[in-house]
Design a protein around this ligand. Structure first.
Ligand SMILES: O=P(O)(O)OC[C@H]1O[C@H](OP(=O)(O)OP(=O)(O)O)[C@H](O)[C@@H]1O
Ligand SMILES: [Mg+2]
Length: 163
């Protein structure tokens, strides 16, 4: 069993929004895209922000689950891309934009890429193992870091570094 990540990288709503906007500036150079595919659930929030900025109104989901808190199990595809959106991508995903919050080991990204090999894959954050899977990302964090997203966290007291 792999050890849980040692370092913490907390992300506020404000920071996340700024990072998604920065991601969109880069994606704007690559598009236009026919549709966005969010990898749920983590990809839903960045997909909404990117869609708003790029004026994209067709949004689909690929629903995949694998983590039980910080431990990854088998990938479970609960829902694939819809027939209408697959058609827009000509069967290979060309002109489609896949969005996720992060790539970690890259297992989720690899699976989604195998479904749509010609789609553009964007993630807000990337760890070294997952980085080769994404076409565009904003911030890299080390593999032994756990990213804490604002929808998973709340403000709480922190003891001082020096007790
Ligand atoms: O690169 P990987 O090691 O495959 O990990 C990355 C995936 O893990 C998380 O999703 P998770 O499966 O926890 O589901 P969630 O989005 O519903 O939280 C995250 O949102 C990515 O989709
Ligand atoms: Mg996810």
């Amino acid at each position: 069993m792999t050890a849980p990540p040692e370092k913490a990288f907390p992300v506020s709503w404000d920071q996340f929004h700024r990072d998604c906007r920065a991601l969109t500036w880069r994606l704007n150079e690559v598009g236009p895209f026919h549709a966005i595919i969010a990898i749920t659930r983590g990809g839903l929030v960045p997909a909404a922000i990117v869609a708003r900025e790029l004026g994209i109104r067709i949004i689909d989901t690929v629903c995949i689950a694998s983590y039980d808190h910080t431990r990854q199990g088998d990938l479970n595809v609960l829902k694939g891309v819809s027939t209408e959106v697959a058609k827009l991508g000509g069967g290979s995903g060309k002109g489609l934009l896949i969005v996720d919050d992060l790539v970690d080991t890259g297992k989720t990204g690899r699976l989604v890429r195998s479904m749509m090999p010609d789609a553009h894959f964007a993630a807000v954050y990337a760890k070294p193992q997952g980085k080769p899977l994404v076409d565009t990302f904003i911030t890299e964090v080390s593999q032994d870091t756990w990213i804490h997203f604002p929808w998973d966290t709340a403000l709480s007291f922190q003891p001082p570094i020096r007790p």
